[in-house]
Design a protein around this ligand. Sequence first.
Ligand code: COA
Length: 375
Amino acid sequence: MTITHQPVISATGLFTPPDIITNDELVASFNAYVDRYNAAHPGADPLTHSSVEFIEKASGIKARHVIDKRAIVDPAIMEPRYAARGDDQISLMAEIGVAACRDALAHAGRDIADVDAVLCAASNMQRAYPAMAVEIQHELGMTRGFAFDMNVACSSATFGIQTAADYIRAGNARSVLVVNPEITSGHLNWRDRDSHFIFGDVATAVLVEAKDMAPAGHWDILGTRLKTQFSNNIRNNFGFLNRAEGKGPVDQSGPKTDKLFVQEGRKVFKEVVPMVAEMIIDHAAALGLDPAALRRLWLHQANQGMNRLIAQRVLGHEANEDESPTVLDTYANTSSAGSIIAFHKHSADLKSGDTGLICSFGAGYSAGNVFVRKT
Ligand code: COA
């Protein structure tokens, strides 16, 4: 391998939707829905109120951004309403992805003419085809190269970064945009007390390039590692065979549906924390890195308690905000974008030679490590 084939992160980009739903607003609308539902179903098991205290204590989430909050917090609707667009208009998912890509390109000072590929890596795609990535490639004004979609749920971004890094190592591309538009409001069941507070919308982008073309201040990618292990504890059964199975579209009449996000949160917590901590420690050893000496961990943003435990096992002590920054308090869980938001917002202060880890984990189960060093 020659130096020209070394992959680096040249820059990242972020698009944050302006609408914010606080826990107070979310719980007020959920509880109004519960009261209406119970009044309309006198013989049924009554639904129970949600609580701000529970949400903050159990998850650390205080607010979330969404594309448009109006219908979500309307107790009569409780799901997003994003206006349908014609096939001749840019799709919503491509639009927010393009915004994040442009931000990354601007941070890198990169001309789109130099970019070889776009990978759209996210938990949900707005449609089956044409690929979101090909639409984003087109909207960015790329007249050459290739683009495709990939979905590894919450780990989509790190799986995308390894894929891009491998293209660069192999000489198949020199500049790759990995984009993560996460419109999680579309798959979240806002009527489910166990999970209605979990997710938020966002888009991130990571520009992965060959070192010899990267701008000053880039991040060397020291190593990447991916892992999957089948689990039904986080699942969404929405798919193109629903009609063939006689299951039809998503049933919105009650609080439960298997065609939106469902999880056994406590099992996920217990099973994923040791899996991820072990993966990080093993991978660091394989790279000759002392995990306790890592300057910063940019962890997946699902639950503050999970991150506290993982960071503690990796660093050997309770991590502070400087060592393991939190963004889930204001963004909630943004699926694959969470660790990238943390990196984007909390990496500028690191010095040349500082080493850190971008790490994702979630449905599949899936987990991904990207060890980086500031140049
Ligand atoms: N408001 C008030 N109480 C609630 C509630 C709500 N919105 N939702 C659940 N509760 C109650 C439950 O009914 C239960 O009550 P009980 O003890 O009387 O039975 C209690 O709170 C504990 O519920 P549980 O679901 O066990 O909570 P938890 O402590 O496991 O926290 C999560 C729930 C989802 C925050 C947490 O499990 C989690 O974040 N897990 C990791 C999930 C994850 O990383 N997923 C990846 C997705 S990409």
